[in-house]
Design a protein. Structure first.
Length: 79
């Protein structure tokens, strides 16, 4: 795994992303201390859109706003 400084990572991000897309892992350091790792996204972890929508619907059915509307909550947040 290659290591790169934060400033250089910021400067060369498009190139780093291209390397990561090819499967390379890159550690980003700040003052020599590892702070992050760029690595390819795991395609197997992607959840189908239909499943996510179903999860949201199940969550919504179990949670109520106690008679408040979304507009009331927005106005309350502005006070």
């Amino acid at each position: 795994m290659k290591s790169i400084g934060a400033y250089e990572a910021k400067t060369h991000l498009p190139e780093l992303l291209a390397r990561v897309a090819k499967g390379e892992k890159i550690t980003i350091t700040k003052y020599g201390v590892p702070v992050a790792t760029l690595q390819p996204a795991d395609a197997a972890k992607k959840t189908p859109v239909r499943e996510i929508i179903d999860q949201m619907k199940r969550f919504r059915s179990g949670h109520h706003l106690g008679g408040l509307s979304v507009r009331d909550m927005i106005e309350e947040g502005r006070r």
